[in-house]
Design a protein around this ligand. Structure first.
Ligand code: SAM
Length: 189
């Protein structure tokens, strides 16, 4: 069966990430991906989650508490500053990262991800990612500012060196109303 966007994003993470790895949820939002990643890496792994909105941080911490997850650190800061929050011993085990671009579901859509910080974060994460590690981006672009971020991001990923990275595009080309799509970047070994 063809997988939905969310299922395929999680499938890619499952394939690339191992138990015990460090992973990043670059846009916690309501914490759905953070919880998924926390289970994926197991008790010996660790999830670092980032969001710039207090509401998102609170929602994510609540979801993790409700599910009794202990292997997470949730930080109110931009994902572009991730390097300041992850200890070196955990950074060397970085197996993957996930981004859900756009605005916090249920919020007023004024706080959105922006290409400058998104690309800065991707660049930094790529330089620390393990061989075969992966970055999965779920690109929502139907809101104000979304098309601009999509265009800048497409330009950036299309220029990544094919000797070093696999870059994948996955999306449903017959869906209406600006459907989200996936970009995934895997570091070759
Ligand atoms: N994955 C989330 C979930 O499961 O609910 C949804 C994420 S939502 C589409 C995007 C989130 O990115 C928003 O909560 C927003 O506050 C956050 N965001 C925007 N700019 C950011 C930045 N520079 N660093 C970290 N988070 C950011």
């Amino acid at each position: 069966m063809i997988k939905s966007i969310i299922h395929y994003a999680h499938h890619l993470m499952k394939e690339a990430v191992n138990q015990g790895d460090t992973v990043i949820d670059a846009t916690c939002g309501n914490g759905h991906d953070t919880l998924f990643l926390s289970r994926l890496v197991g008790e010996n792994g660790h999830v670092f989650g980032f969001d710039i909105q207090e509401q998102a941080i609170a929602n994510t911490r609540y979801r993790l508490d409700q599910n009794n997850r202990k292997n997470t650190t949730i930080v109110k800061d931009s994902h572009s500053n991730f390097i300041h929050h992850i200890p070196v011993d955990k950074l060397t085990r970085l197996g993957g990262a996930i981004f859900n671009l756009g605005y916090l579901p249920g919020s007023n859509k004024t706080v959105i991800t922006k290409s400058e910080t998104t690309i800065l974060a991707i660049e930094g994460i790529l330089s620390h990612l393990k061989q075969n590690g992966i970055i999965v981006l779920v690109v929502y672009y139907g809101h104000d500012g979304g098309v601009q971020e999509r265009e800048q991001l497409m330009r950036y990923v299309q220029l990544l060196d094919q000797k070093l990275y696999h870059v994948l595009y996955y999306g449903f080309i017959n869906q209406k109303n600006d459907p989200p799509f996936i970009l995934a970047i895997q570091k070759k070994d």
